[in-house]
Ligand binder design. Sequence first.
Ligand code: ADP
Ligand code: ADP
Length: 226
Amino acid sequence: MSGVKLEKVVKRYDNGVEVIHGIDLEIRKGEFVVFVGPSGCGKSTLMRMVAGLESITGGTISIEGQVVNDLPPRERDIAMVFQDYALYPHKTVFDNLGFGLKLRKFPKAEIEQRVRAAAAILKIEHLLERKPRALSGGQRQRVAMGRAIVRQARLFLFDEPLSNLDALLRSEMRTEIKKLHQRIGATTIYVTHDQVEAMTLAERIVVLSGGNIMQVGTPDEIYNQP
Ligand code: ADP
Ligand code: ADP
């Protein structure tokens, strides 16, 4: 079964401009795919359509065989991490991590168990009682990832999750994300400008330009071509 399937996907914004021109792409279940391409090429738009945050003008998007074109974001079983994904400033890390589950009416014990498991994976167990303002940038980013992990969603979407971090943290978080994927194995779409991130994380890289797919291949095929 495919993790995500895009068939002839088109996006035209309300201003009438078409920015995605009929994209076909199949992502295997469990595969880690990285979207790269110049600013404005449509990476975020494509990802937001998969997430349900933008409507789809034409074509079909399926997740694990289910057509999601008309499904609201909450019903897509997707976890997202954005660069600007704000934490709730007045909630503790524990409550930030558990909030999505609480909204979905998970039992307290299950929330507690999942939050602690995610915190262990991300090594933020000692921060659970803190508020976001008392965390470093890297710690906040871990919490944002933790919010995605606790959901145990079938699809992870990362939109430039590391671009606000300094080089050292970026490198650490790359390693964490890679380990996480090896451990959880969820289908992942990851958008980045950073070639090192793409090389390190991707099983396949999709190169976009002007709303079309230019190239699809392994990091080696994309970056080490003669
Ligand atoms: P990327 O993520 O690759 O930088 P985007 O998906 O953000 O690209 O943008 C693709 C194109 O769509 C750009 O030309 C951008 O200006 C345009 N665009 C993005 N959002 C909107 C919007 N809400 N309304 C109109 N045009 C938009
Ligand atoms: P959760 O912690 O479970 O992701 P949130 O309250 O953070 O719950 O988000 C609820 C839903 O809102 C998400 O499942 C997602 O569909 C949508 N969402 C998440 N991030 C954004 C965003 N940056 N912009 C718009 N909608 C979002």
